[in-house]
Design a protein around this ligand. Structure first.
Ligand code: ADP
Ligand code: MG
Length: 383
């Protein structure tokens, strides 16, 4: 469904349900080009908003009740704005959480009617939940707070919603990217200071395509926590708060005092930090071949040193290499999910066809394919 069709459907549905019409807002899903497992090490991430959005039509209704209809789930929820009014449906808790987090910060939210829909695939690693939170946070700021809440605070409102109402203990990257996204730009976010900088991303002659393996390996011994512990141990050994400040020379110097495993984990994190900076330099030169090479290096590091890949993702990475894709890597925490690929226009169709066919032959189901374009984040929809 195109975004325009979605917009028309929302308009029509809102009118049917609520009579008059309201105002339209949208926010986007996101990709992260490079910078994986760097957030909890005080390093950099490098996300951008994409052309897949959640869109909502909203109108204050003069009551103290929220009435909201989710078109995609075909479900309706009605709730008050006090803490004890939390709705049961998990999709509605995202909306409720955003309302509550605004109120908790001293902002205003009153009753409103809303209809929303989206084309960010759910649970594919493109952060549909951040798109949903950011869409409502942005809209409620415009409608009830004269736009006075700072953009970074809107992102934090989304993050706190996940923590306090949805049971997801996430970082800030997804909501940051969804709120701040700008067409043709990626954002380098410094996870330690919260500072960020826009970098041009207009890969003429290339496409970004995600291949979603649709596998998720749940491992018993919580590998995420084990990775964090390794990083913390090495940082402490080097006398740093996080690996952000560590260099490869420092790491080499303690090699014999730490386990081989901790060494590999820290090596990946230090190299990944440098790769993000190298990609930023390359983008300023418009050098997308170097960007691609760095993506392969990240995959290699995630697979061999950090050991968070899996057979299916390594397979997709191999297919990318074999079909001449410029860059390919796991996107997200690992153990499943998707690869992000930077592909020259003339290789795109061959790569996608090969990846789908070969993956299906080997693993018995087709991966999902999403072409993405770096686009605007949270906004009022212009008609
Ligand atoms: P993701 O990686 O896509 O963010 P999550 O599990 O964090 O996956 O969030 C997905 C949840 O967000 C869904 O289960 C649903 O509750 C909510 N959500 C996302 N998109 C929509 C949508 N279009 N309509 C209704 N709810 C949505
Ligand atoms: Mg999410």
């Amino acid at each position: 469904m195109t975004t325009q069709e979605m917009q028309n459907n929302i308009r029509e549905t809102f009118k049917e349900r609520f009579g008059e019409s309201g105002e339209l807002f949208a926010s986007a899903g996101r990709i992260n080009l490079i910078g994986e497992h760097t957030d909890y090490n005080g390093g950099f991430v490098f996300p951008g908003a994409i052309d897949k959005v959640i869109m909502a039509e909203i109108r204050p209704n003069g009551t103290d009740k929220v009435r909201v209809y989710s078109m995609d789930i075909d479900d309706y929820a009605e709730f008050g704005l006090n803490e004890e009014d939390a709705p049961k449906a998990s999709w509605a808790r995202y909306v409720f959480g955003v309302c509550r987090e605004i109120i908790k910060r001293g902002g205003t939210v009153k009753g409103f009617d809303a209809v929303f829909a989206g084309n960010v695939p759910l649970g594919a690693g493109l952060s549909s939940s951040a798109a949903l939170e950011s869409c409502f946070a942005f809209a409620l700021n415009e409608l009830f707070n004269d736009g006075k809440i700072e953009k970074f605070e809107l992102a934090r409102i989304g993050q706190s919603t996940e923590h306090n109402y949805c049971g997801v203990n996430c970082g800030i990257m997804d909501q940051f990217a969804s709120v701040f996204g700008k067409e043709g730009n990626l954002m380098r976010l410094d996870c330690r200071s919260g500072e960020y900088e826009y970098f041009p991303f207009r890969p003429e002659g290339y496409k970004l395509v995600l291949i979603d393996s649709r596998v998720k390996h749940e491992l018993a011994d919580s590998p995420y926590n084990k990775r964090r512990e390794s990083c913390e141990r090495v940082a402490a050994k080097l006398g740093h708060e996080t690996l952000r400040d560590a260099t490869m020379e420092e790491l080499e110097a303690v090699k014999s005092d730490i386990s081989a495993e901790d060494f590999s984990r820290a090596k990946f994190v230090i190299e990944e930090k440098d790769r993000v900076l190298a990609v930023c330099d390359a983008l300023e030169r418009g050098d997308y071949e170097t960007v691609g090479r760095k993506m392969y290096e990240t995959h290699e590091g995630l697979s061999k040193d950090y050991e968070v890949s899996c057979e299916e993702l390594d397979f997709l990475n191999d297919v990318a290499r074999e079909t001449g894709v410029a860059g390919s890597r796991i996107m997200g925490g690992g153990f499943g999910g998707c690869t992000i690929n930077l592909v020259a226009d003339d290789r795109h169709d061959t790569f996608v066809a090969e990846a789908v066919k070969r993956f299906n032959e080997k693993y018995g189901h087709e991966p999902m394919v999403y072409d993405v374009v770096i686009s605007d984040g949270a906004r009022r929809v212009k008609e």
